[in-house]
Design a protein around this ligand. Structure first.
Ligand SMILES: Nc1ncnc2c1ncn2[C@@H]1O[C@H](COP(=O)(O)OP(=O)(O)OP(=O)(O)O)[C@@H](O)[C@H]1O
Length: 224
């Protein structure tokens, strides 16, 4: 799915989001970075259809009736059902009306083999996050939005999650990842978008990451 944003303005309690022009295309991963409170999650909530009351245009190149059925979201606090890991993932597959054959591929991708029979609510934070990511991928949507998919996740599981997100791109999806990790953005993204005080201050193509001043500045102030 492709998305075009034009002259988007959203105001709430003194916060002002203003995006003049943003185009999100198929088969691309977009990274959104910026300080706390710069508007990344607000933008994601607008894209997901969960936040209304904005001015301007958010146009989805998709049949009007199908748009919000074709978006899957990993929120900052993902919800899992009080049942087995396997049933949690199967539910997402069924809602998406896709084949249960996908289950084993997704389980393998997120290394969930040994957790399948466990109750999802009994898992550690990192394990829960892998299940939540599996559910987003199982929904198999055209637009996939990930809000800080690896916050508080150890390096090994971060790599597993990143591989799973990268692997989803192959199906021609449009993927947006909000992250505070510049190294992750460089590993994953085709374009990196920097936000500050509700505005996009820079949009950088993968090909120009090396020479970009904002990226250099970010790298200087990041330890890993
Ligand atoms: N439900 C809400 N009601 C009022 N203000 C809100 C609400 N949600 C967010 N805000 C405010 O909107 C601004 C942008 O918040 P947002 O969560 O989009 O930032 P962010 O860039 O995702 O930050 P972080 O990196 O901390 O997750 C902040 O000033 C925040 O306090």
């Amino acid at each position: 799915m492709e998305v075009l944003i034009r002259d988007l303005v959203y105001k709430k309690d003194g916060f002002y989001l203003n995006i003049k022009n943003l185009s999100l295309k198929n088969a691309n991963i977009y990274g959104i970075l910026g300080q706390n409170g710069s508007g990344k999650s607000t933008l994601l909530r607008i894209l997901s259809g969960n936040l209304k009351g904005y001015e301007g245009k958010v146009e989805f190149c998709e049949d009007e009736n199908k748009i919000y059925n074709n978006i899957s979201v990993l929120s900052q606090k993902p919800y899992l059902f009080n049942c087995s890991v396997e049933d949690n993932i199967k539910m997402s597959i069924k809602w998406a009306n896709t084949s249960l054959d996908k289950l084993s591929e997704i389980v393998k991708m997120l290394k969930l083999e040994n957790l399948l029979k466990r109750n999802a609510t009994s898992l550690s934070g990192g394990e829960m996050q892998r299940v939540a990511i599996a559910r987003v991928i199982a929904q198999s949507k055209g637009l996939m939005l990930f809000d800080e998919p690896t916050a508080s996740i150890d390096p090994k599981n971060t790599r597993i999650i990143e591989e799973a997100i990268l692997n989803s791109k192959k199906d021609d999806r449009c993927i947006v990842v909000v992250t505070h990790n510049i190294y992750q953005a460089i590993r994953l993204c085709d374009r990196i978008i920097f936000m500050n005080m509700g505005r996009i201050v820079e949009e950088i193509d993968k090909a120009h990451i090396q020479e970009n001043e904002i990226i250099r500045e970010y790298l200087l102030h990041t330890s890993s």
